[in-house]
Design a protein. Sequence first.
Length: 563
Amino acid sequence: MRVAIVGAGPTGLVAANLLGQAGIETLLIERNAGLAEQPRAITIDDEGLRICQAIGLADEIRAHALLQREAHYVSQGHYLARISPTQQPFGHPQISTFYQPALEEIFLAGLQRFPSVSTHFGQTVESFTQNEHGVCLRLRSHEGREWSLDCDYLLACDGGRSAMRQQLQIALRAPGPREIFSSLAGINKRKAPPRRRQRSQRWLVVDAIDHGDGTDPIIFFCNPERPAVTVPYPDGGRRWEFMLKSHEQDEQWLDNKCISEAIQQALNTLPEWDMARQPGAPAIMRKTVYTFHATVADSFGVGRIFLLGDAAHLMPPFGGQGMNSGLRDAHNLCWKLALVLRGQATPQLLQTYQQERRPHVIRMIIFSSLLGNFIMPTQPALAFLRDHAFLNIQRIVALRQWLSEMQVKPQPIHRAGLRFPGHHSGRMLPQPMVHISEGQQVPLDHILGHGFSIFRLSNEDNMEISEEHELWAGLNAQSIYLCPTRDALEQAPKPDPNATYIWDGSGQLTRLLRGNSRMVMVVRPDRHIMAIYSPSQRARIAKRMARYFPICSDLASDFPLPI
């Protein structure tokens, strides 16, 4: 077996789809007899939907989701802010909600497309060992049968209480000031930080049915007496979350009468003009008390074993980034793993997984924590200052738009790892609608495929087949030419029969290349820009690529560095 995945939650299921798409022999192992029956995650962002698009399941996911939700923040009968993103830079709505069991069913059904992927439910990992050649697992079925499995690599997607992480003796810690500074500044910090107390907070979580009309926003009730959140999801579902105080007992708040009173108290704080839209009386389906943490693993992997999703990081739910961060983990690691297993890349490439993902995760933890602390303080004085701060923000058009468009969220950018110094390197490629022929327009990712892509401008000065073909051919990179106009797409000669010619009416892709026909943009399989460079920089690119890709070792000598 090439890859074993432990844990069939959203992260493990998406990882299995990505590896199956790459034709990698994969076994997905889950200790439960089936998928989770209760919802946990509830929001998916535009990056998460783009990953669903990458595995060919976005249309099904979108059909079972409430797309393009607004988020309203209310306090004492008035709005603090309305988050209503209109832009879709990555081709999908920035805030959508879903029902997790339905989402996982779609992911699981997607695995049937790949003969290289198999699943085993009701199997518990008892122990594992690893050496330089692979990993050996000892498993036990629910019936008591023990068996062993050998694999090249192991992905631990087994949740916040990850037994795999504990056996590896990897600690979860709250990010400290130095780590926070390092993640924001793009410094790759290697030394493990001192142990810090885990930051946690108890919340009552209630899933209910209120048969809403599907247009309801997410509402944050910013009442210092009892901060609360309500999130609608498909088929009339609604989640309620209430912050619990340190002295309050779980049993008290699991009483239905207490829950109904808390819901009504929250609804009473809605602005008068929004009272007509308030949710109806809910039928409670599930109630539990969760402890929300803000922690990250010291390491995202040891040897041939990697941590993904909640096994690697836990964060408060206020930014809706827990599951989405796990999906990013899978998308970042799996294409690298596939190249290594095919012999197209060295194992050194896998080190960039932690270099890229851990700093971004820390930024998301900071974002989620600050959002919760700033929006939902329990001290009346801080709530008073917060209300006045938002009042001033609303008076400044630029700040109001910045908040409404959710530009406060950390952008998907890698400041270390597999990227090259230069303009826009490390950022995620936007996904505009592009024209590929007369009358045919598609989202950009529909033509990118699952590998590397090379973008260049197509015009009279750049019609020859350049040396970039030779440099990237070993990675099966496809060439994409950006035509300057729609007429040029239809009428201009196309000397490269293996290339794709497109026209981007939005101009976003052309601007990345600064309108320079000699510039080359290389995009990774996970849609992040690896490099934007000119021919004079080709030698340096080739020599650095040789660290990760054997095919570039021979080619590097063909591109001598200038004296």
